[in-house]
Design a protein around this ligand. Structure first.
Ligand SMILES: [Zn+2]
Length: 231
């Protein structure tokens, strides 16, 4: 059986690396200074570098099923995502944190369905999106809203990280909630003031607008009201 992965590894070294060699050398000598922490779903159709036009050294990436943010207090156990957030903020001093969900998200759909009993970790992990679900008949629209609501929920949970909250309030970190619509090739940006997701083509910003420092849960509840399920 041909080893496709091995061929690709060799191609990287011969065809791709030479164009970027100087850049990588620089990134090794100067160290990495990414300006953005990108928390995205693991979905293979979400390609952060393509979406943002970023190159090597620009994005500090953490990906997981659903693009969820675990609670700061550690009540959900050990989490690589929580560690990455703390490292990106305290050590790398990123200026942007993106939470990027997407259309047709299997993680979000799983919130409405059965998860195999054997998948104990997945089951527990999905709890981090549970609050975004709607008490409605499952439909494409309900899924879309749940995907968007989940992004907002994760932003709220990010604000529970003291090092994040302090920097957001000081204007040193901007939070960006994105919903990537795969079939349209467009990211919809969460606009705090509008309480809605706006297509990037008509949005005034990428989510760098002020994140209203509300009481815990308040923002999510407002959006909840605005998007009350149509019955
Ligand atoms: Zn997904």
């Amino acid at each position: 059986m041909p080893d496709e992965l091995l061929s690709r590894l060799r191609r990287f070294n011969t065809d791709y690396f030479p164009q970027y060699q100087a850049q990588f050398k620089d990134l090794v000598e100067q160290g990495q200074h990414p300006t953005t922490l990108f928390i995205g779903c693991s979905d293979s159709r979400l390609v952060p570098y393509m979406l943002t036009g970023a190159g090597p050294g620009e994005l500090f990436l953490v990906r997981n099923v659903g693009a969820f943010v675990p609670p700061y207090d550690g009540s959900a156990g050990h989490h690589g995502t929580a560690a990455a957030i703390e490292y990106a903020v305290l050590a790398l001093e990123v200026q942007h944190i993106v939470v990027c969900g997407h259309s047709h998200c299997g993680g979000i759909r799983a919130l409405y369905g059965e998860v195999p009993n054997e998948a104990t970790n997945l089951k527990a992990w999905l709890d981090l999106g549970r609050e975004a679900t709607l008490p409605v008949q499952l439909s494409d629209e309900a899924l879309r809203r749940t995907e968007e609501r989940s992004v907002v929920l994760q932003l709220e949970r990010l604000m529970d990280y003291p090092m994040v909250r302090a920097r957001v309030e000081q204007g040193r970190i901007a939070l960006h909630g994105w919903h990537y619509v795969i079939e349209a090739g467009e990211v919809h940006v969460f606009d705090v003031n509008k309480g809605a997701f706006v297509p990037a083509s008509s949005s005034e910003h990428s989510g760098t607008g002020p994140y209203r420092a509300a009481e815990p849960g308040a923002l999510f509840n407002e959006i909840d009201d605005a998007w009350a399920p149509r019955r």
